[in-house]
Design a protein around this ligand. Structure first.
Ligand SMILES: NC(=O)c1ccc[n+]([C@@H]2O[C@H](COP(=O)([O-])OP(=O)(O)OC[C@H]3O[C@@H](n4cnc5c(N)ncnc54)[C@H](OP(=O)(O)O)[C@@H]3O)[C@@H](O)[C@H]2O)c1
Length: 251
C-alpha cells in the first residue's frame, strides 16, 4: 500500500488529485485548513472506494506542529508528496499591497513548501523510493506586474525543484514540477478576497484549464515507469499565450 500526502486538498487541484490518487489505490493523507471541506471530501472518496484509508489533517501548512502530525499519520512513510497548497493574495503593485498578504504568500508558497520537502525527503531516501510533485506555475517562469511577490514565490519553487533534482539524482527519488497557466479553481476568489465578480472576470470569454486537467497530468507523471522522470509540465489553456496574453471572445 502506497501513501500519498496531498496539501491543499480541500479545493481545486489538490481535491481533484485526491480523487485521482484514490482511484489508483493510494492511502491518502490530506492537509488543509478547512476541516469541513476535508470531511466532505473524505465522505465522497469513501463512497467511491469503500476500502480507502484517508487521514485528515486540518492544519495550516505553516503550523509548527504539522510535521509531527504528518509523521504520526504516515508512520514516516510517504511515497508521493503533492506539494500543492499555495495562495495568491491581491494583484496590486508592491507599494500598494498589504505586507501581511505578501508575507502570507512567502510563508505558504515558499517556506511551507520547502519545509514539507525537508520533512519527507529523508523518509523517502530511507525507504529508497519516492515521488515529489511541486506545484509551480507559469508565474514561476514569467513575472508580471501586480504579481511581483506571487511570481517570486513560484520562481523560488522552480529554483528549489531544479536543485533538488540534482541532489537526488540516482537515488530513485523523482522530483517533478507542474507549471499551469489559468486553472479555474478558488484561486482567483481567494486572490480577490471573496470578490466573486472580479474572480469570475478572470475567466470570462475564454476556456480555462480545469483542476481535473492538472490532476490528469500529474497522475501521468506518477504512472511513468520509474526510470522515466518528467522534470516539468508547463501547461496553459488554448486561449492563453503567456501569463499576460489571453484571448477572449466578446460574444
Ligand atoms: N488556479 C490557477 O490558475 C493556478 C495556476 C498555477 C498554479 N497554481 C497553483 O496550484 C496550487 C493549488 O491552487 P488551486 O488553483 O487549486 O487553488 P485553490 O482552489 O484556492 O486551492 C488552494 C488550496 O490550498 C490550501 N491552502 C492555502 N493556503 C493554505 C495554508 N496556509 N495551509 C493549508 N492549506 C492551504 C487551500 O485550503 P484551505 O483554504 O482549506 O486551507 C486549498 O485547498 C497553488 O500552489 C497555486 O499557486 C494555480
Amino acid at each position: 500500500m502506497k501513501t500519498a500526502l496531498v496539501t491543499g486538498a480541500s479545493s481545486g487541484i489538490g481535491r481533484s488529485m485526491s480523487f485521482s490518487l484514490a482511484k489508483k489505490g493510494y492511502e491518502l493523507i490530506l492537509v488543509s485548513r478547512r476541516l469541513q471541506r476535508l470531511e466532505e471530501l473524505k465522505k465522497e472518496l469513501i463512497l467511491l472506494y469503500p476500502n480507502l484509508k484517508v487521514y485528515l489533517i486540518d492544519s495550516d501548512v505553516n503550523s509548527s506542529d504539522l510535521g509531527e502530525k504528518i509523521a504520526t499519520a504516515s508512520q514516516k512513510k510517504v511515497d508521493v508528496l503533492i506539494n500543492n497548497a499555495g495562495i495568491a493574495l491581491g494583484k496590486d503593485f508592491v507599494q500598494d499591497s498589504q505586507w501581511s498578504d505578501l508575507e502570507m504568500m512567502i510563508q505558504t508558497n515558499i517556506m511551507a513548501n520547502f519545509k514539507l520537502v525537508h520533512l519527507v525527503l529523508p523518509w523517502m531516501l530511507k525507504h529508497g523510493e519516492g515521488d515529489i510533485i511541486n506545484l509551480c506555475s507559469v508565474a514561476g517562469h514569467h513575472s508580471y506586474q501586480g504579481g511581483a511577490v506571487y511570481c517570486a514565490t513560484k520562481h523560488a519553487v522552480h529554483s528549489f525543484t531544479q536543485a533538488l533534482r540534482e541532489e537526488t539524482c540516482g537515488k530513485n527519488i523523482r522530483i517533478m514540477q507542474i507549471s499551469p497557466g489559468m486553472v479555474e479553481t478558488e484561486f482567483s476568489l481567494t486572490r480577490f478576497k471573496g470578490d466573486q465578480s472580479t474572480a469570475e472576470s478572470v475567466y470570462s470569454g475564454m476556456k480555462p484549464l480545469l483542476a481535473d486537467d492538472i490532476a490528469d497530468m500529474m497522475q501521468f507523471m506518477l504512472d511513468r515507469p520509474r526510470h522515466v522522470v518528467i522534470d516539468e509540465i508547463i501547461t496553459m489553456p488554448m486561449a492563453q499565450g503567456s501569463p499576460t496574453k489571453v484571448l477572449r471572445s466578446t460574444t
